[in-house]
Design a binder for this molecule. Structure first.
Ligand SMILES: CSC[C@H]1O[C@H](OP(=O)(O)O)[C@H](O)[C@@H]1O
Ligand SMILES: Nc1ncnc2[nH]cnc12
Length: 292
């Protein structure tokens, strides 16, 4: 595997990426239903990208209704080697200001109304989420965002809440006590599913607001998120161009965290206890490990 194929999941405000050469769209069917939208493929320079708007074009899907399993399966079927999430988030820290980007390196998952695994009765797997993001991809995307002129924080804990309502002040204070740095509604279970699919995943979180803990600022609203998002998405698009430049001519090697083979240590169900129907659904995400 030597070519990079970067899957990009665009969040709120990022529904398309102009500037792909050889742009094409494709509908991908998955055993987990339809993904949020068509995939858009193309190249920036000589690097291949596959773009998927998380909430669908027109922002039709709530965070609870995003088909996370179908999205990750579709990106895997489309040949992605790595997946970059570009997401809006609220800041829980004074020093992470609106307009700045945070390369998330940890998550706390407080979502509760979503399918969180490709596995289940008849094929059980337990992947490690100790280090939930691909450090190499995170570093590269952070470097690219800096080259695009953005202030980038290289670590941060992302609290994933169910939504769709924003947090109460008491919740916002609590998450600060838990030492979370940013808050959003979507990157879990996405990161878990990417790991199950052996896809290196990183989150470029674009700060849009201070949630509702900060006395000096009005509480988050969609209006102020969208205002900042317009600036942030322009920067995110520039960052993708810079990422392509960084990857250009660099052969892809396996991730230093061996994410592409993590299922070798995760599958636990005995071969004769496996459910053939579930195995068939797992063809894209776990086909490599199940054949081994
Ligand atoms: C429009 S504000 C709340 C919304 O924005 C974030 O979405 P995404 O992560 O897809 O950029 C947040 O998680 C909420 O879904
Ligand atoms: N304050 C916030 N809480 C949850 N999700 C968000 N997305 C953008 N800002 C947010």
């Amino acid at each position: 595997m030597s070519e990079w194929v970067i899957g990009v999941i665009g969040g709120s405000g990022l529904y398309d990426v102009e500037g792909f050469e050889g742009r094409d769209t494709m509908r991908v069917e998955t055993p987990w239903g339809d993904p949020s939208d068509e995939l858009t493929t193309g190249r920036i320079g000589d690097v291949r990208f596959v773009f998927l708007p998380r909430h669908g074009r027109g922002h039709r899907l709530t965070p609870s209704h995003v088909p996370y399993r179908a999205n990750i399966d579709a990106l895997k079927r489309a040949g992605c080697t790595d997946v970059l999430s570009i997401s809006a988030c609220g800041s829980l820290r004074e020093r992470y200001a609106p307009g700045e980007f945070v390369m998330v390196d940890q998550f706390i998952d407080r979502t509760f109304a979503r399918e969180k695994s490709f596995f289940g009765p008849g094929m059980v797997a337990h992947v490690s989420m100790a280090d939930p993001v691909c450090e190499r991809l995170s570093q590269l995307a952070g470097d690219a965002a800096e080259k695009a002129g953005v202030t980038v924080h290289r670590s941060g804990t992302y609290l994933a809440m169910e939504g769709p309502q924003f947090s109460s002040r008491a919740e916002s204070y609590l998450y600060r006590q838990w030492e979370c740095d940013v808050i959003g509604m979507t990157n879990m279970p996405e990161a878990k599913l990417a790991r199950e699919a052996e896809l290196p995943y990183a989150t470029m979180a674009m700060v849009t607001d201070y949630d509702c803990w900060r006395d000096a600022t009005e509480a988050v609203s969609v209006a102020n998120v969208l205002e900042i998002m317009q600036l942030n998405t322009a920067a995110a698009k520039k960052a993708l161009t810079e990422l392509a430049k960084l990857l250009s001519g660099v052969p892809r090697t396996a991730s230093p965290q061996a994410i592409e083979t993590c299922l070798d240590y995760a599958l636990i169900t005995a071969p004769d206890a496996r459910d053939p129907n579930l195995l068939a659904k797992l063809d894209a995400v776990a086909g490599r490990a199940l054949k081994a």
